[in-house]
Design a protein around this ligand. Structure first.
Ligand code: GCV
Length: 721
């Protein structure tokens, strides 16, 4: 018995010992803000260039910026600059705003400040009061904070700060994380432990981790956070929870981060005892008005509501015979006097089985264009189905010119291998942002729609479903940190290059090590395409396991709704595979502008990445490569796995270059990813082979097990549901 107890406890003991041995510094806890010492020559020159700091602080925000600069200098080149109140002959870093530095505000370099807006910053090599200096300038202390982080990033990269001339302001106003965190601390589609919000001990105990969370977000320009799941519990709107949310808001405020809440549309019934939640009912309006006023008493700078309504069983205005616009405007009117916004999600599909789920949001929302009040933003997922490994951009982008639209990306990897697979999402985000909607002729990219430059919408926003949790490294997979990072950077500048961002992340995270970046950057850049290939190549989608969404499940059928099954989407049969969304099929393609339609309409010309998204084609369809469709499909599946094999080899080459704990963790996760990629490939190839009746092309190899083996696999207690 004793032996059994010991053997049962052994893993726990080992975990505890390992946990103690693995300090936060070694674990990835410090994210991209780990200020590792730079090379000696760089340190020497930075010590001279940054010997003195002239930085008069005015509030909590610029005080944070100052401390961050001091910590960074100390870590990067081992020197804390002398704090001065007059500019030195040389080697002074000047930081502030025209009002914090009134004696200098007439200097030429301050002329840039006019272009920075309330959040932008500038970093310059300049002559101030006749002396050479480096300057971080902004209009506000928030801008100063963002400027400080940008300057630190330059140092982490070992940039030449003798000639810097950077002016940067965010292209999108509201840059938010959406937490799908439940009040019991489980996280829907969360793969990095439990929710960061310790509701039980709030508001009394403010975990220092809340500060670290805010710091990480501020460092990449995120300025808002929706604390709770869109599948919302109305309790979050009760005084007990508002007090807790207010405590979080207090911690986040100096970092420039506003708190938002997901609101349950039926809250007036559940909390207020009203007989209905009809948005046109005066009592319902009054209830929301009072509730919102109460929220602002707790959180004076509350950002507003995020709402999932009439979607996947959530209550909404349609329950009362009203439209999404009626519902959104109800909340918007309550928020308006306080300056809050409503982010109303367009992720909707009919309760009855739709003919093509991809068409639903467009069909429901386009007729409402122009009806939303001016503090409503319609939040649209990047693609028309649901965060699949690859989707074409959502046809709503560009199709509602009289409404404010925002982007919703998913950072957590619900459909991309959870926190087990190394998949860099900067490329996915960028692919959507750069896609041309042609809504206003050429160069009408999705980025131009959401940054308001095409529509002139005053409120612009972008959200990412968070991948954070209580895991010591925040995101589960060490490389999943890069996805949080890339989201923030692209939210600030949707035109930024995903490769440059990955390069920054690597240098800031692992140290400014050229050979390491040279090896790992291509690996990151190929990783998403690899996942697409071993999961859903050539435009296939929604092939994952039932409900938990883990692993392959192309055979999923016979569920309560056809559009929750895989067979609904791939439509494989003896005659071919793919979803015909052209005029001969569901005609979802007609929801796009003519130039986009022309791009996808003809299977001979359709980019292969989207082929089976838009077309149902015979197995022997001739691809541009000369292969048959079946051969091309097999080859992509095998290529995907082969890429993961190369990623493993690349990582092995970094032994000794990254700390041992992270090295081992990534190595082991890549091994799991490889196994899972093989399983995806083999399960899908065997499943589709039943219909194609064709052999796997020579030289690719053959699955180890028969199809039934994969179909019978069961997984219990999969995280995230
Ligand atoms: C929060 C998908 C996910 C759900 C999620 C939903 C949504 O269906 O599987 O977990 O619910 O999207 O975005 O609302």
């Amino acid at each position: 018995m004793k032996i059994r107890i010991i053997s049962h406890c052994l893993p726990l003991l080992c975990a505890l010992i390992l946990g103690i041995g693995q300090s936060r510094g070694q674990s990835g806890y410090h994210l991209w803000l780990d200020y590792k010492p730079l090379r000696d020559e760089l340190s020497v020159s930075y010590k001279t260039q940054l010997a003195a700091l002239l930085f008069p602080t005015t509030d909590g925000t610029d005080s944070i910026a100052k401390q961050e600069l001091l910590d960074a200098f100390n870590g990067l080149f081992g020197q804390v600059p002398e704090q001065v109140d007059a500019i030195r002959q040389q080697g002074t870093l000047v930081v502030g705003t025209p009002s914090s530095l009134p004696a200098m505000a007439q200097e030429t370099v301050f002329s840039h400040v006019a272009q920075m807006g309330p959040e932008g910053y500038g970093i310059y090599t300049a002559t101030i009061q006749g002396k050479p200096a480096t300057a971080i300038l902004a209009n506000t202390s928030k801008g100063v904070l963002y400027g400080a982080y940008a300057f630190i990033r330059l140092l982490q990269r070992g940039a030449d700060i003798a000639k810097v001339d950077i002016t940067s302001r965010p292209k999108v106003n509201l840059r938010l994380l959406n937490h799908w965190d439940n009040l019991d601390r489980t996280v829907e589609r969360g793969y990095a432990g439990f929710s960061l919000w310790d509701w039980h001990r709030l508001p009394g105990y403010r975990d220092p981790r809340y500060t670290d969370y805010a710091r990480a977000n501020a460092s990449i320009g995120i300025n808002g956070t929706v604390l709770n799941n869109v599948n919302a519990n109305a309790l979050v709107l009760t005084p007990a929870y508002l007090e807790k949310a207010a405590a979080l808001a207090d911690v986040f405020r100096p970092y420039g981060i506003k708190v938002y809440l997901s609101a349950r549309f039926s809250a007036p019934m559940e909390l207020g005892g009203l007989p209905n939640a009809d948005p046109l009912d005066p009592n319902v309006k009054q209830w929301w008005k009072e509730k919102v006023a109460e929220i602002y008493r707790y959180i004076p700078d509350f950002g507003g509501f995020l709402v999932k309504a009439n979607s996947e069983g959530q209550p909404g205005p349609q329950n009362h015979g009203r439209s999404h616009a009626d519902g959104a405007n109800l909340l918007a009117d309550a928020l308006k006097p306080h300056g809050g916004v409503v982010m109303w999600r367009a992720f909707v599909y009919e309760d009855t089985e739709p003919e093509d789920r991809a068409k639903q949001a467009y069909n429901e929302f386009v007729p409402l264009d122009g009806l939303f009040h001016d503090n409503v933003i319609v939040q649209v997922k990047n693609g028309p189905i649901d965060f699949q490994p690859r989707e074409p951009f959502h046809p709503l982008f560009g199709a509602m010119p009289k409404s404010q639209l925002m982007m919703e990306f998913q950072i957590t990897q619900e459909y991309l291998g959870f926190a087990t697979h190394l998949v860099y999402l900067g490329t996915l985000f960028s692919e959507t942002l750069r896609a041309d909607t042609y809504c206003n002729g050429p160069n009408s990219s999705v980025a131009r729609v959401i940054d308001g430059s095409l529509t002139g919408q005053p409120v612009t926003a972008i959200a990412g479903v968070a991948n954070t949790g209580t895991a010591i490294n925040w995101t589960g997979h060490p490389f999943a940190q890069a996805n949080w990072y890339a989201f923030g950077r692209l939210a600030w500048d949707p035109d930024a290059d995903a490769g440059d961002i990955a390069d920054d992340w690597l240098r800031c995270t692992f140290g400014n090590d050229g050979p390491l970046v040279h090896a790992l950057l291509p690996m990151m850049m190929q990783s998403r395409e690899a996942a697409v290939n071993y999961m859903t190549p050539l435009g296939l989608h929604h092939l994952m396991g039932w409900d938990h969404h883990y692993g392959p499940g192309p055979w999923i059928s016979g569920k309560p709704r056809a559009d929750w099954t895989s067979v609904y989407y791939h439509k494989a049969s003896k005659d071919g595979i793919g979803f015909d969304r052209t005029a001969s099929g569901s005609d979802a393609l007609s929801q796009y502008f003519p130039e986009v339609r022309a791009l996808f309409e003809n299977p001979q010309e359709c980019p292969e990445e989207y082929l089976l998204w838009f077309h149902h084609l015979p197995w022997d369809f001739q691809m541009r490569s000369g292969e048959t469709l079946w051969e091309a499909l097999c080859r992509r599946y095998y290529d995907g796995v082969a890429t993961v094999g190369r990623m493993q080899a690349t990582w092995e080459g970094q032994k000794g270059r990254v700390n041992e704990a992270v090295f081992n963790e990534v190595r082991d996760l890549l091994a799991i990813q490889y196994q899972e990629a093989v399983r995806w490939r083999d399960a899908c190839v065997l499943y589709f082979q039943q219909f194609s009746g064709m052999p796997i092309p020579d030289g690719l190899g053959h699955p180890e097990h028969p199809l039934e083996y994969y179909e019978k696999m069961e997984f219990h207690f999969v995280p995230g549901i």
